[in-house]
Ligand binder design. Structure first.
Ligand code: NAD
Ligand code: TDX
Length: 338
């Protein structure tokens, strides 16, 4: 199978590419990524050495660029990770979120339709369901929970899900959608809570915690998410939505304190709350378990410890992001690999 992975230079997409190269050496991976601030070609350095890997620098919302890749590569399946993904940025500057996360998805869906691609998988998020009350530990998001986005980011992801569903129903494009909870692990961009906490502490800076720190997220180690998407790609049913999560609910304060405890140091600084801050996310992953035999396998404490180890062992990777030098590497990489 030839798989086009869009957004593969980001956090989850790159982990997915390494997962696929390892687990399915018979497959071919084509990665298309715009290399925005969140795309890091250094992350794909080892993939680029692989004979079954090709990279294109391309914007998914530019139909000419997308058409060129589809015509040349003729992918069997497309897995779309490409997105603007940071909620705080969407609050400050919503328009690029609509361009990439909505129009970009429409552009990909049109190309899939034109080329008769056998599967389009849209990587979505639990944030499309809005939030749950903190005190109601009996409530979870199921695939039937109504969409109710809170931020421009989650509204753009919910819009993409609706479009994907419409392309399935109207044109018969074989679409699947996964809605996953918060991921963490290697190659996580240091603007998100866990990598920000680790890298701030390692640089002697306090960790900013929004509001009271009581908001709850449901954490999933990134490799578990990659395995879930792999299962959906192979055994998922077109037209179906799959919730992905591992029942690892923690408050933000619990998460930051766990990082401090693993590193043996670190300070918390309570800062102004995020506007419209979702209170609690909690996924019911039973459809994935029942229908596809997938189950999250990494407990939070183990995944967090592995993640902290990874950031300690790969200091250069995140220092290149923080000092901006990864952008120079990006220019050299797509020059050599496009
Ligand atoms: P990320 O921000 O780390 O990576 C996004 C990637 O997309 C980057 O490589 C970027 O260069 C690329 N990109 C952005 N705009 C593009 C465009 N117009 N054309 C082509 N490439 C473009 O994001 P992530 O955390 O890896 O998330 C990947 C996907 O998973 C997103 O769709 C996100 O909504 C979803 N998701 C993320 C999480 C999470 O916890 N991080 C959880 C559930 C779902
Ligand atoms: O400095 C911070 N301090 C803080 O308290 C940051 C960056 C975040 N937070 C809080 C906000 C959230 O309650 O921590 C929680 C996690 O924040 P983020 O890491 O920004 O993730 P979140 O907003 O939950 O969204 C993430 O999970 C779902 C991803 O960024 C999305 O792309 C994904 O869809």
């Amino acid at each position: 199978m030839k798989i086009l992975v869009t957004g593969g230079a980001g956090f989850i997409g790159s982990n997915f590419i390494y997962h696929m190269l390892r687990e399915h050496p018979e497959d071919t991976i084509v990665c298309a990524d715009k290399l925005t601030y969140a795309g890091n070609a250094e992350t794909l350095g080892n993939a680029a050495k692989h004979p079954s890997f090709t990279f294109y620098r391309a914007d998914i919302s530019v139909s000419r660029a997308v058409e060129e890749i589809f015509s040349r590569e003729k992918p069997d399946a497309v897995v779309n990770f490409a997105a603007e993904s940071h909620v705080d940025r969407s609050i400050a500057h919503p328009s690029v979120f609509l361009k990439t996360n909505v129009l970009g998805v429409q552009t990909l869906l049109d190309a899939c339709r034109r080329h008769g691609v056998a599967r389009f998988h849209q990587v979505s998020t639990d944030e499309v369901y809005g939030d749950l009350p903190i005190g109601r530990r009996d409530l979870f998001f199921t695939e039937d929970t109504p969409l109710k986005a809170s931020s421009p980011y989650s509204a753009s992801k919910a819009s993409a899900d609706l479009l994907a569903g419409a392309y399935f129903r109207t044109y018969g494009v074989p679409v699947t959608i996964s809605r996953c909870s918060n991921n963490y692990g290697p190659y996580h961009f240091p603007e998100k809570l866990i990598p920000l906490a680790i890298t701030n502490i390692l640089r002697g800076k306090p960790v900013p915690v929004y509001g009271t720190g009581e908001n709850v997220r449901d954490w999933l180690y990134v490799e578990d998410h990659c395995a879930a998407i792999d299962a959906i790609l192979r055994r998922g049913v077109p037209g179906r939505v799959y919730n992905v999560g591992g029942h690892n609910e923690r408050s933000n304060l619990q998460v930051v304190r766990a990082v401090i405890s693993l590193l043996g140091k670190g300070e918390i600084e309570f800062v102004c709350d995020r506007a419209g801050h979702d209170l609690r996310y909690a996924i019911d992953p039973s459809r994935m378990e029942r229908e596809l035999g997938w189950k999250g396998s990494v407990p939070f404490e183990e995944g967090l410890s592995r993640t902290v180890e990874w950031f300690l062992a790969n200091r250069q990777w995140w220092e290149h992001i923080l000092d901006g030098s990864y952008r120079k590497y990006n220019r050299e990489f797509y020059g050599a690999n496009s």
